[in-house]
Ligand binder design. Sequence first.
Ligand SMILES: [Zn+2]
Length: 137
Amino acid sequence: MESPKKPSELFLKACDNVVGGSGMIQHCQCGRVTFNPDTTWDWEEGEMDEYLDKAEKDPDRYIETEYAPSTIMLDGKDFVIGCPCNALAIFEGLFWNSRRLIAEYLKLKAEDIADRAKTETETAAKTVDAVHKIEGE
Ligand SMILES: [Zn+2]
């Protein structure tokens, strides 16, 4: 999954706010590997040199960054935030173009959760009343 269009800065910021994973090496669903040699995590012996070598030989697939790369999981797949595949732009387009449906679903879901919580609260109150009656007898 790749897109010629980049996701907006606003969408990337939203992804960053709910980020799934961050670390020295992240794998994107597109097959690219993003890594940061400056992270404080422990590299295994020779591992960093191996990635730097791969980045020199295949710079489109192995991407060195100056920040700890992060991923977000969508549809069961990891997407590296800022990866050149720009696949997150596809989700941004889907979410924005479906915003009325998404907003309606979230509203109905929230109402359903609130209704069930109210029912649970009423059941708990009836149970407490029943216990008090038994204890009072
Ligand atoms: Zn990617």
